[in-house]
Design a protein. Structure first.
Length: 153
């Protein structure tokens, strides 16, 4: 028997042994999906990037984050951004202005370890394109906020 054939047989035996050991274990428990806690958002329209407004750009950003028992946002990550990088900083500033209302047992429930997503949609009014094409919130987000800049002022 060649050394390659032995390696294949040994690898096959390891897989068979591993499979029998793995099948004897119980499947992992499903992790319960927590809902995004209620929020109050008072976002200054000035958060809309000046460069984007000057160039009549609209966009969206999907942020992922955790929420502490003191209602603070922590460990923010940009998951998606269109156009890339244009609205990231503005979305982070807007998220800082959002106040979440977490229950008293938030810390004890392990919810601080949970990750949430929020889609920030940046739109211009009136719509700068004909026909009007506005960005939509990300479908996979837990919730969304729309930030509108008015060009009629």
């Amino acid at each position: 028997m060649t050394s390659i054939a032995r390696k294949i047989i040994v690898a096959g035996m390891l897989c068979w042994v591993t499979a029998s050991v793995c099948s004897a274990q119980s499947p992992p428990a499903a992790v319960e999906k927590l809902s995004l806690p209620p929020m109050n958002a008072s976002i200054d329209p000035e958060v809309y990037p000046r460069e984007a407004l000057k160039n009549l750009l609209q966009g969206r950003v999907l942020l992922e984050f955790s929420i502490t028992h003191r209602n603070h946002v922590d460990d923010v990550t940009v998951l998606d951004s269109e156009p890339q990088g244009m609205f990231d900083s503005a979305a982070r500033k807007a998220l800082d202005a959002v106040k979440f209302k977490v229950p008293k047992n938030w810390e004890d429930s392990g919810a601080e370890q949970h990750r949430f997503t929020l889609s920030f949609v940046f739109r211009i009014y009136p719509c700068p394109t004909t026909p009007c094409v506005e960005p939509d919130p990300h479908e996979k987000a837990d919730d969304f906020l729309i930030i509108t800049a008015n060009t009629n002022q």
